[in-house]
Design a protein around this ligand. Structure first.
Ligand code: DC
Length: 277
């Protein structure tokens, strides 16, 4: 009969190449080879899996404060911040630059089969590159917001970006923000949030964000565009914007940025505390 130790090694080895489980599983194999007894094997395995840092997802509508809060949260936890909306915006920019039809599946398929996107984090800021060119500012316009929402409803685009997003988050220790992080991209994420706020406050925040970046648009128009985009993002057939099962919803309307970050840290601490395991 195969010994308990051998069967554990046989189970663990196929997992050891995976980045998310790789290190704990490799260490487990070492423990097993060193010959610890059955109770200690299980204890070590549990402890080693606990070493994996969690994936924290933040979904929500435009202007709810996801980017600002995700960045701060990632900084406080020393995790990596991943802005998935930027990926859809890059596809939108490429659609515009190439003159493609944003609803033509075949054109989008070709465009996505040759997508070179890179995200670079420096001094707390994220820079976005398309084919080696810095497009950080070019993707942050009302036009790109609407076009990103349009292309995000297309299956071929979602599939292409799904693989990129999972790769970016596979090691854990990430704060990922978007619309379908907790529902589709990381359904097994350890901590999930849905960040919301009233339409009025979201319009005001987005207007001020543009103004700080030296771009002045009409506040009413910005608010209407946000409302349209949210409707489209919530009504689309694929990965619609909605709270994930088990997500903690936070309405940031009357809260400061610091209040929201503190509330999230409380939830995360609760998850990480040994008594919650
Ligand atoms: O977060 P943002 O405003 O940069 O996102 C731009 C658009 O991209 C948004 O209207 C919908 C789409 N998006 C998506 O469908 N799924 C995501 N995970 C992130 C963004």
């Amino acid at each position: 009969m195969v010994s308990f130790r051998k069967s554990l090694i046989l189970t663990a080895l196929p997992l050891s190449h995976r980045e998310d489980f790789g290190s704990p599983v490799k260490l487990l194999c070492v423990f097993l080879l060193l010959g610890l007894d059955k109770t200690k094997h299980l204890w070590c395995f549990r402890e080693l899996l606990m070493m994996r840092k969690p994936v924290i997802t933040i979904d929500g509508p435009s202007g709810a404060g996801k980017s600002t809060i995700s960045k701060l949260l990632a900084e406080r936890l020393s995790y990596t911040y991943i802005d998935t909306g930027a990926l859809y915006r890059v596809v939108a920019l490429k659609v515009k630059q190439s003159g493609s039809d944003p609803e033509n599946g075949e054109q989008l398929r070709l465009l996505c089969s040759n997508l070179h996107i890179a995200l670079d984090y420096k001094d707390g800021a994220i820079r976005v590159f398309l084919e080696g060119k810095d497009v950080t500012e070019a993707i942050r316009t009302p036009e790109m917001s609407l076009l990103a929402s349009r292309v995000s409803a297309e299956k071929v685009v979602r599939n292409a970006l799904l693989a990129i997003q999972r790769k970016l988050g596979e090691g854990g220790g990430v704060v990922v923000e978007g619309r379908d992080m907790g529902t589709v991209v990381f359904p097994e994420a350890e901590v999930k949030f849905f960040l919301d706020a009233s339409l009025e406050i979201r319009g005001k925040r987005r207007f001020e964000q543009y103004r700080e970046g030296g771009k002045v648009f009409d506040r009413g128009t910005i608010t209407q565009e946000i409302a349209k985009r949210d409707r489209d993002d919530m009504k689309r057939a694929l990965s619609p914007l909605k709270p994930a099962d088990g997500a903690v919803t936070i309405d940031s309307t009357g809260m400061t940025i610091e209040d929201v970050v503190e509330r999230m840290l409380q939830v995360i601490e609760q998850y990480l505390s040994p008594s919650s395991k």
